[in-house]
Design a protein around this ligand. Structure first.
Ligand code: PPS
Length: 286
């Protein structure tokens, strides 16, 4: 293991915040974690809809009852498998376990692929991911703050970016797009049709919720509900990790905010790299 800076660590070439990960926790997730057939794993590149899916999964598994999302913190309800408390949070947890990860496929639990467990992989327009991550990096103590947005875009496009970078992460997961145990969703489509996506998730997970329960899932996982829910809005994170003067975790929750941040030159450079790295991939973020 090589420590890159006070804030980041490196694991087999992947950079990530050192405060919540270590070599032991990453090895546990990758090599030691025993996936169960009824595990459900929420896969995202950061800032792509992770907490939204955490909320939806919690509500689907409570048949729309908001009690779990109003009484237990999201990161305890649907914990990250790669973070340093994962072993203690997951080993004795009753099934079905709802689990989150930002891991690229090459460091994902190897045992997953030998089971019937299911995963949901949500992808968001990388320009909006970049903007969201930039604002997040100004707020949290555990990310390096780039001097300005220009620097941040360069960092986001480079291979120094977190979790192997958006491009490698998404391309790696898309190689599994025909795996029947992985459902691919798009953040933009969830915004357009939240109910349709909740129905799709229920169908994929074999959860038979009635209309009222589906409505409740949609209502309690809306941007407004989550922004106001102290169990999901990260207001419970101590100030030394999250500087709440800088903003809120639930910032805008829209698609296309990148247009308010990117200059035409930044957009052109982003598009050039996107086309170069994603030339064989067909993704629609409209
Ligand atoms: S993290 O830190 O990786 O877990 O963040 P993640 O949850 O993936 O992404 C945070 C962005 O998702 C937005 N968000 C939502 N959008 C729509 N509806 C709901 N319910 C919702 N919940 C979270 C959140 O506002 C962040 O996006 P930005 O663009 O910064 O607002």
């Amino acid at each position: 293991m090589l420590t890159i800076s006070r804030k980041y660590m490196e694991f087999n070439g992947m950079r990530l915040p050192a405060v919540i990960h270590n070599e032991e926790s990453l090895t546990y997730a990758w090599k030691e974690f025993q996936t169960r057939d009824d595990d459900v794993i929420n896969i995202t590149y950061p800032k792509s809809g992770t907490t939204w899916i955490q909320e939806i999964l919690s509500l689907v598994y409570s048949n729309g009852d908001p009690t779990p999302v109003t009484t237990e913190l999201s990161w305890d309800r649907v914990p990250w498998i790669e973070q340093h408390q994962a072993r203690s949070k997951l080993e004795n947890r009753p099934s079905p376990r709802l689990i989150t990860t930002h891991l690229p496929v090459q460091f994902f639990p190897e045992s997953f692929f030998k089971t019937n467990a299911k995963a949901i992989c949500t992808i968001r327009n990388p320009k909006d991911v970049c903007v969201s991550l930039y604002h997040f990096s100004l707020m949290v103590e555990f990310m390096e703050i780039r001097e300005n947005f220009q620097e941040f875009v360069k960092y986001f496009l480079s291979n120094e970016a977190l979790f192997c970078g958006w491009f490698e992460h998404v391309k790696g997961w898309l190689k599994h797009k025909d795996n029947p145990n992985i459902l691919f969703l798009s953040y933009e489509d969830m915004l357009k049709d939240p109910r349709g996506n909740v129905v799709k998730i229920c169908k994929f997970l074999g959860k038979d919720l009635d209309d009222a329960a589906i409505d409740s899932v949609v209502t309690h996982s809306s941007f407004k509900a989550m922004k106001e829910n102290p169990m999901s809005n990260y207001s419970a994170v101590p100030d030394y990790l999250f500087n709440k003067q800088q903003g809120t975790f639930h910032r805008k929750g829209v698609s296309g905010d990148w247009k308010n941040h990117f200059t035409p030159e930044q957009e052109e450079e982003f598009n050039r790299i996107y086309q170069e790295l994603m030339k064989d991939i067909n993704l629609d973020f409209s």
